[in-house]
Design a protein around this ligand. Sequence first.
Ligand code: ADP
Ligand code: ASP
Ligand code: MG
Length: 441
Amino acid sequence: MKVLKFGGTSVGSSERIKEVARLIHNDEKQVVVLSAMSGTTNALVQIAEALYSKKNSKANQLISQLEKKYKQVVSELFSDAEFKKEGLALIDSHFNYIKSFTQDLFTIHEERAILAQGELISTALLHLYLQEQKIDSILLPALNFMRIDTNGEPDNYYIKENLERELEKYPDKSATGGLFITQGYICRNLYGEVDNLKRGGSDYSASLIGVAINAEEIQIWTDISGFHNNDPRYVENTYPIERLSFDEAAELAYFGAKILHPSSVQPAKLANIPVRLKNTIKPEDPGTLISGEANGKGLKAVAAKDGITAIKIKSGRMLLAYGFLRKVFEVFERFKTPIDMITTSEVAVSVTIDDTTYLTAIMEELKYYGAVEIDSDQTIICVVGENLIEQKGMINKVLEALKHFNLRMISYGGSRHSISILVNAQDKKEALNSLNGIFST
Ligand code: ADP
Ligand code: ASP
Ligand code: MG
């Protein structure tokens, strides 16, 4: 059984949806995970924001715009009059639901219910299109099996048990071939409310589903031919990497390579399920295979993670006393705020975080242990490769490439596969471009 996830651009138009239908099969067992059509989740965020700030006429205008787009998609997607009619009825029902929120009080839970509509619509459209094409498929509601716990982490046991239960409803299909279509990104929380796995979360859904059904492979179909050695949004002349290890891919995804959701590699790594990245526009391209195999020493790729805040706690008296770091870390733990980088000296410790929800409260508590300084608008640049730090001279190359920038922190030796450097956000693009030079030396 394989899991195939198609991202926003891959289902971004009627033509792209037709192409997805050509790429999937019901003669082998497949679970197809879809994102919302590109631009939809952003539009739904804007609608929810307008409703939240009680700008109902703006909300209505945005809703009408989006509805018009979907009606156009339906008219292009289906050729049969009956299917066009059913497609329009489907769009009507989702948009009537969204419009119902313009009449009432709007809360955060309703915002998430609105955000879920994108994936619910794209999967319903593909399912209906397959029916028109006389291709048998089954729509599996992700809200029946995908769940997060109180910490916002996936509840793997619940997911496995409930997904199995959903699949068992179709014993003949589950046993042999069978094309199952489900929504990425959306889930329920512990209270049963509609929630989500955060922006870009469809990759994470695919990986959690792959693990739950012990898939032979998780395929992430997107708009580029695999993982590139550098961020193609900021750097020209990047190239796709044929193979990456789980550890390399996990570091790159966590440290900002947008092609994969930051948490999506870890579950696959733990279950040892290969992840293949493929391009929907050029399906014949090899893409990237991410697996447990280490393949070739040396430099593989660079990624950058924005929105980082560095926090320095300076305390000559206490720093080296045992238990001091524990107390500092406990502050972050209490506020459920993960730390990305750490550096220490005799008199100070610096850490970075990207979630600043509780920054003020964290600072208040840290002041008890020393003087606290904050640097916001930082970017972590992460250089990744198999056994990278065992490559003599690698750090020299990295530092040489970055010699014109202020380096706020460097993390070396935490992982054998990566070197992380903290720079000012405004230097990110230039730093990534400058680092592209080390791939050819
Ligand atoms: P999807 O909608 O399919 O989930 P995303 O936009 O989330 O697609 O991810 C694909 C995009 O990620 C690419 O178009 C590219 O601009 C961006 N990207 C950032 N870093 C990398 C990288 N190292 N390799 C490939 N793509 C990357
Ligand atoms: N549709 C969601 C988003 O745009 C999830 C995803 O595309 O992965 O963030
Ligand atoms: Mg994505």
